[in-house]
Design a protein around this ligand. Sequence first.
Ligand SMILES: NC(=O)c1ccc[n+]([C@@H]2O[C@H](COP(=O)([O-])OP(=O)(O)OC[C@H]3O[C@@H](n4cnc5c(N)ncnc54)[C@H](OP(=O)(O)O)[C@@H]3O)[C@@H](O)[C@H]2O)c1
Length: 221
Amino acid sequence: MNSLPWTEAAGIPETYFTAIQALHLVGQLQKGETVLIHAGASGVGQAAIQIAKYGGASKIITTAGTDEKCKLCKDLGADVAVNYRNENFQDVVEKELGGKGVNLIIDLVGQNYWHQNTACAAMEARIVLVAAMSGSMIEGFNLRALLNKRLWVLATTLRTRDADYQGKLRDKFVEVAMEHLSERRMRVTVDKVYDWKEVGQAHKRMEANVNAGKIICTTGQ
Ligand SMILES: NC(=O)c1ccc[n+]([C@@H]2O[C@H](COP(=O)([O-])OP(=O)(O)OC[C@H]3O[C@@H](n4cnc5c(N)ncnc54)[C@H](OP(=O)(O)O)[C@@H]3O)[C@@H](O)[C@H]2O)c1
């Protein structure tokens, strides 16, 4: 087992544990299923693309806010990356999947994507809500959209889990990711490393949404 630099290792838990939880423990990804991952260039999104790929997803479609971020998503294993500023992801999913809809959606965006998520979901698809970065209120949603397709809406958090659950998640991490990370088949993108005293600048970078991967603060030791 190879070791990783601390700056990379520090980027693993929040991203990989969250992605594994969303795709495997909650989303129950099956080999051959299609997956839509929003905010694909975020730390969680990048891990999710790689976990889905090694988990046997047949097609991974992702969304991100710049062409550079879309390219990064494809480098990590996404089959299709939609720059949401230029293209409507629902149209792309419909075109790419021949109107069948997507089996599993990992959503970090929430409000802005809710109607389109339910519209491009396959019959009996799972929608796993991990965050609500655009807001959490849904106006004018018709529950029939869930009933008609028998959709599963699931939500999950990491930090509030008890030790038993976290142990189960750690075991799944060891099973599906640890060796791939050690052998560098999977990776953590370190966006920028700051000295701990510059934490204010680190926050500003994150708030501006320009980071693509983890922002790491270090004590320099
Ligand atoms: N439920 C859980 O257990 C759990 C665990 C860990 C993290 N989280 C949450 O997951 C989210 C992502 O965390 P992270 O560390 O992966 O973030 P990150 O690496 O800082 O990436 C965030 C990215 O999301 C995109 N984004 C932000 N606001 C958006 C919006 N309104 N619409 C579309 N895209 C948006 C931006 O990329 P673009 O330029 O592509 O828009 C931004 O760079 C956070 O809200 C975090 O709190 C939840």
